[in-house]
Design a protein around this ligand. Structure first.
Ligand code: ADP
Length: 160
């Protein structure tokens, strides 16, 4: 049996924290499906196509990671994709409450799909897509936090 994990998120945009989680996950699973949410329930900074394109470029040299869009219920996507589990990143206690609720809801929707959490290296524990966007818009240096292609995309959208 192929061990497949779905790593869902908004990835608006993908950061080094997401990359760190994927580097850990590819050592544990045959395939990691980085599932980019179509329905986010919020206005995103980058449209779906750009979020997918950036993720594809960033993970081009990590063959165990496959980037795909997903729509609808995550547990249904995971099942269709042949995945046994949902992978999420846990940074700090502040992530815990929401992630705990999400894992519980997903389990009640499909008890066969587990949720697993990985923590990133400590230098990424404070990193989020929203903070990176904010720092970039204010002209701060984000090169330590994102892939150069993501930094370039953020700079391109920066109002001059
Ligand atoms: P969402 O809107 O679903 O939270 P994100 O793209 O922000 O989507 O995050 C996707 C997943 O990656 C979530 O589980 C989130 O906790 C995790 N994540 C985000 N940033 C980091 C980071 N710096 N280190 C580890 N995990 C992270």
């Amino acid at each position: 049996m192929k061990h497949i994990a779905v790593y869902p998120g908004t990835f608006d945009p993908v950061t080094n924290g997401h990359i760190d989680i994927c580097e850990r996950a590819v050592r544990l699973f045959d395939e990691v499906v980085l599932a980019v949410a179509v329905d986010t329930g919020k206005q995103t900074f980058f449209d779906l196509q750009t979020r997918l394109q950036l993720a594809n470029e960033v993970f081009a040299d990590m063959p165990g990671v496959i980037v795909e869009p997903f729509e609808g219920l995550l547990v249904d996507f995971a099942k269709r994709r042949g995945a046994q589990l949902i992978l999420r990143g846990l940074r700090a206690v502040s992530d815990f409450e929401y992630e705990f609720q999400l894992a519980g809801m997903n389990r009640s929707l499909n008890s066969e799909i587990e949720t697993m959490f990985l923590t990133p290296a400590e230098q990424y524990a404070f990193l989020s897509s929203s903070l990176v966007r904010e720092v970039a818009m204010l002209g701060g240096d984000i090169s330590r936090f994102v892939h150069p292609l993501v930094a370039a995309a953020l700079m391109e959208r920066k109002p001059s």
